[in-house]
Write a protein that binds this ligand. Structure first.
Ligand code: NAD
Ligand code: UD1
Length: 347
């Protein structure tokens, strides 16, 4: 029988793309999202792409009563937990909002999973857990001696600790034990190839790709490049951009890996390409996709930016047999296809 996967935050950017891949791989999917940072339009877009209605609950993951009802009705075999707040700068200003939402939702979810004998979880972690470590190329053994750059990053690290501690504790022992795979994403960009599902940030985007597409579509005046005097080949920062559809597929690999485990199990795995690209590389790739110049100016460095930050993806290949397939030009072409088809996002 097809397995049922509960997807929290499944109306969001990465969650919605993952729901498409799950349904197309014949999983039964139940989405829970409070639509804090997403819209019902994403759920409708998923339905359009997969050609079936999506089971969707507008609910908060910290609301145990509702989660309990949903789990009673659908008895999920596993959970993919995307729900959380993710804006780095906002987390610096409103740390309590971030600690409350991100930690509460994870703790409540674990408690309800335990009540319902649901013991397998894929968690959305972030490369931000590595920030302030001193290495350049990050692998899973990189020591996390310093705290992450932002309260957001700290919530991700603490959630990993909560998950790891719960795996090693005894509260799931009368079941099979808890099994968790924590996926540490690098920089997801791109959109579904249909152009009907993509990133739709609230307000002015903080991240590079949605900022560029909003300039290209005329919603913003020009891109500001945060520094071109770093010690890198073209002076701008290097990052590890990963196509959101590759990333979504990584979650299916993560699930398959979980299903092979029994007993107490925790593992953290990077999802990135391992191929760094500079801000100018991304901009030039967008210029090709859009077919005209994109206005920009170089301004001073942004606080907290590291010159180079990219994944060692070898563990994902070794344990998940996961390798990314889509290159930077495909990422920017798909982002632009989405933005140009939907200049105002889902609205
Ligand atoms: P997103 O904001 O688009 O999606 C998160 C979804 O969770 C949203 O739809 C939001 O409404 C929902 N949500 C938030 N709190 C909730 C709650 N308490 N109950 C129910 N729903 C809730 O973000 P995304 O880019 O799709 O990211 C998904 C996950 O991946 C997040 O946990 C994020 O921290 C993590 N992550 C994202 C990135 C990135 O660059 N996008 C990088 C690393 C990690
Ligand atoms: C940021 C977050 C990180 C999160 C990641 C993916 C910070 C410090 N880190 O990483 O926690 O996991 O997003 O969501 O915010 N840039 C410009 N102009 C812009 C926007 C960005 O030049 O308008 C540059 C940045 O300086 C950086 C690169 O583009 O060099 C990528 O920036 P961004 O998309 O914000 O991602 P990160 O900073 O890598």
């Amino acid at each position: 029988m097809n397995k049922t996967i509960l997807v929290t935050g499944g109306a969001g950017y990465i969650g919605s793309h993952t729901v498409v891949e799950l349904i197309q791989a014949d999983y039964k999917v139940v989405v829970v999202d409070n639509l804090y940072n997403s819209s019902i339009g994403a759920i409708q877009a998923i339905s359009g792409i997969v050609g079936q209605k999506v089971i969707f609950y507008e609910a908060d993951c910290a609301d145990k009563k509702i989660l309990h009802k949903i789990m009673t009705k659908h008895s999920p075999d596993a959970v993919i937990h995307f729900a959380g707040y993710k804006a780095v700068a906002e987390s610096v200003v409103k740390p309590l909002l971030y600690y409350r939402n991100n930690l509460d939702s994870t703790i409540s979810l674990l408690e309800v999973m335990r009540e319902h004998n649901c013991t397998q979880l894929v968690f959305s972690s972030s490369a931000t857990v590595y920030l302030d470590a001193k290495e350049v190329k990050y692998n899973e053994a990189t020591t996390k001696t310093n705290r992450p750059f932002s309260p957001y990053g700290t919530t991700k690290l603490v959630q990993e600790y909560i998950l790891e501690d719960t795996v090693h504790g005894e509260q799931f022992d009368n079941l099979s034990g808890l099994q968790v795979v924590s996926l540490r994403y690098f920089n997801p960009i791109g959109a579904h190839s249909s152009g009907d599902l993509g990133e739709d940030p609230n307000g002015i985007p903080n991240n590079l790709a949605p900022y560029i597409t909003q300039v290209a579509v005329g919603r913003l005046e020009q891109l500001q490049i945060f520094g071109d005097n770093y010690n890198t080949p073209d002076g701008t920062c290097l990052r590890d951009y990963i196509h959101v559809v590759d990333l979504a597929k990584g979650h299916l690999s993560g699930l398959e890996y979980l299903f092979k485990q029994s007993g107490k199990f925790f593992d953290a795995i990077n999802l990135g390409t391992g191929k760094p690209a500079s801000v100018f590389d991304v901009l030039h790739s967008f210029v090709k996709a859009v077919g005209r110049k994109i206005p920009y100016k170089v301004v001073s460095r942004r606080d907290g930016d590291l010159p180079e930050f990219y994944a060692d993806p070898s563990k994902a290949e070794a344990v998940l047999s996961f390798v990314t397939k889509l290159d930077l030009d495909k990422m920017t072409a798909d982002s632009w296809n989405w933005q140009s088809k939907h200049p105002n996002g889902f609205n």
